[in-house]
Design a protein around this ligand. Structure first.
Ligand code: ASP
Length: 581
């Protein structure tokens, strides 16, 4: 047996026990007469003690152990004289009687400690060493717990896990596909799925009325920060249901996961419409861990001969509670923030409501005390508050103020990662205008059903058509999205038409689905959760990268295996691919 126990379990109740342990050498400390070795495995660290007076050879051998050597020891559990209260094994150590080196190790390129000296790139290159570190190991363990809790809950609810293919057909809708050349079908290509969307709908036609899958998805997008070209979804679909059923089932799933993994009990999730979300937070994924809702100020601000306000479609504000004592420097930094190109705001008007009852704004010459009091009344500002106002085009202004709201909340420490604030955003628009192609795109995907009462507007006012589509948002992150689908062939054809598909194009790309709809497709709908993101949020982290065992870097490269890479001439020939120089 290579071990009788792991390195995280032995404690004071095991005194005098003879044990065999195996693991990695974290550290050796040579104190002259005594040598101590910290032995590490997945479960923890146990201290090994070697006494020069008792066994000089063994102690000498222990001194020679390098970091990350793999060793096995036999010995007796004894009580430590100086205890370490920070670790579960801290009351004991092992008096070693036999030491076997199972494998040596080169000196690792960075320290295998919680706080490592290794930079991002080097840690990615030696990811297997990074995984030995607690923060990464714990993230992977958390991921496992989330996936187990998911499977337990969905199984309990009668869902079955069905795998769908990874080699599918390319469609131009949505993001760019990763494609795979087919050797046996000359000059033809598979595509890797961006999601199992059409397959799960076909499973519904197949009568599998509750499907789920924890599944890899692939999207060849320009990599923005914290996106991975391959990522994982908890993908689900149900038949004979309405939106309400989907929301309840997946609110239940979210509650179950948070309770199982974090011990957090959540109340019923608030629900707001997409329109309300944009109006109150300037975002379709609002962070509601804190309040700071938008206040529309157009009426109280316009008509005073102030161009910025009078020419604006909207004047909108947030009340930064208790921030009237912001210094000039702090205020300037807010102004600079909204002027950065990503935010694209033009200007910020602010008004301080001081503790002494006076108020001071950047536009005092135009807006006298009475006007400022009217603002305060409208925005609910009390003594000590700071009112921040923006004006301009509706969408842009709301978006910029939404960014400012998050920025301020960050500064004020209102975005505590240990607090979880989920909500549903409902009634998304069905279509979204795309400036580049000058046509409407499906905001969710082309299989999403419009609200029946809005179908008539498809011809007259497409942008106003609402969809039976919903998102689950937690702490300002879109965690899941889904919809009630179209299950009627004629309506699906109508949708394709509105999305600019000719009949031939629709048939060529989605003929199989339309045909399936002719064989008794049940009403159905579903949702998919971003599994990596859910794990990251539960782990209190901004980035998904450490919740993926072997992630790609920002350029979409796996720097450990050095991929993507060239392939040789023979392979290219087999695939009928000629590379341009
Ligand atoms: N397939 C969709 C997505 O990947 C989710 C869904 O509608 O169920 O976003």
């Amino acid at each position: 047996m290579l071990r009788t126990h792991n390195c995280g379990t032995l404690n004071i109740t095991n005194i005098n026990l003879q044990v065999t342990l195996s693991g990695w050498v974290q550290k050796t400390r040579d104190l002259g007469g005594m040598t101590f070795v910290d032995l590490r495995d997945r479960y923890g660290i146990t201290q090994l003690a070697f006494n020069m007076d008792v066994n000089a050879d063994l102690c000498t051998a222990a001194r020679k152990l390098g970091r990350e050597f793999v060793i096995q020891i036999n010995g007796k559990v004894i009580e430590r004289s100086s205890k370490n209260k920070n670790i579960p094994t801290g009351d004991i150590e092992i008096e070693v009687s036999k030491l076997t080196v199972l494998n040596s190790s080169k000196t690792p390129p960075f320290t295998i400690e919680n706080e490592t000296d290794g930079g991002d790139e080097i840690r990615m290159k030696y990811r297997y060493l990074d995984i030995r570190r607690n923060p990464i190991k714990e993230s992977l363990m958390l991921r496992h717990q989330v996936s187990k809790a998911t499977r337990d809950y969905l199984d309990e609810q009668g869902f079955i896990e069905v795998e769908t293919p990874y080699l599918i057909k390319s469609t131009p809708e949505g993001a760019r596909d990763f494609v795979v050349p087919s050797r046996m079908n000359e000059k033809q290509f598979y595509a890797l799925p961006q999601s199992p969307q059409t397959f799960k709908q076909l499973l519904m036609v197949g009568g599998i009325d509750k499907y789920y899958q924890i599944v890899k998805c692939f999207r060849d997008e320009d990599l923005r920060a914290d996106r991975q070209p391959e990522f994982t979804q908890i993908d689900c679909e149900m038949s004979f249901i309405e939106q309400e059923d989907v929301l309840n089932t997946f609110e239940g799933l979210t509650r179950h996961i948070l309770n199982e993994v974090k011990g957090v009990k959540l109340n019923e999730f608030p629900r707001i419409t997409y329109d309300e979300a944009m109006k109150l937070y300037g975002s379709d994924k609002p962070d509601i861990r804190f309040d700071m809702k938008f206040i529309e100020m157009t009426e109280v601000c316009q008509g005073k001969d102030f161009m910025l306000f009078d020419s604006a479609e909207i004047v909108v504000a947030i009340n930064a509670k208790g921030c009237a004592d912001y210094t000039r420097k702090q205020l300037d930094s807010l102004v600079n923030f909204i002027k950065t190109p990503q935010i694209g705001g033009t200007g910020l008007i602010y008004c301080k409501y001081n503790q002494d009852g006076t108020s001071k704004s950047t536009v005092d010459k135009i807006f006298d005390e009475d006007a400022r009091d009217a603002w305060a009344e409208k925005a609910g500002c009390k003594k000590g508050d700071l009112l921040l106002i923006m004006a301009g085009e509706i969408d842009k202004t709301r978006k910029a103020l939404g960014a400012l709201r998050l920025h301020l909340a960050e500064e004020l420490g209102l975005r505590n990662p240990e607090v979880f604030a989920p909500l549903w955003v409902l009634d998304f628009p069905l279509l979204e205008w795309d400036e580049d192609t000058e046509r409407y795109h499906a905001m969710h995907h082309p299989f999403t059903s419009p609200k029946p009462e809005d179908i008539a507007k498809l011809d007259t006012d497409p942008a106003a058509v609402r969809a039976n589509a919903y998102d689950l948002v937690i702490n300002g992150n879109e965690i899941g999205g889904g919809s009630i689908r179209i299950h009627d062939k004629t309506l699906q054809q109508l949708m394709f038409k509105h999305l600019g598909f000719t009949e031939e194009q629709a048939k060529e790309q989605f003929g199989f689905l339309m045909e399936a709809f002719e064989y008794g497709a049940p009403p159905h709908g579903g949702v998919a959760f971003g599994f990596d993101r859910l794990c990251a949020i539960m782990g209190g982290q901004e980035s998904i990268r450490d919740f993926i065992a072997f992630p790609k870097n920002n350029a979409g490269r796996d720097v450990m295996i050095d991929s993507p890479s060239d392939i040789d001439e023979i392979q290219l020939n087999e695939l009928n691919i000629k590379l341009k120089d």
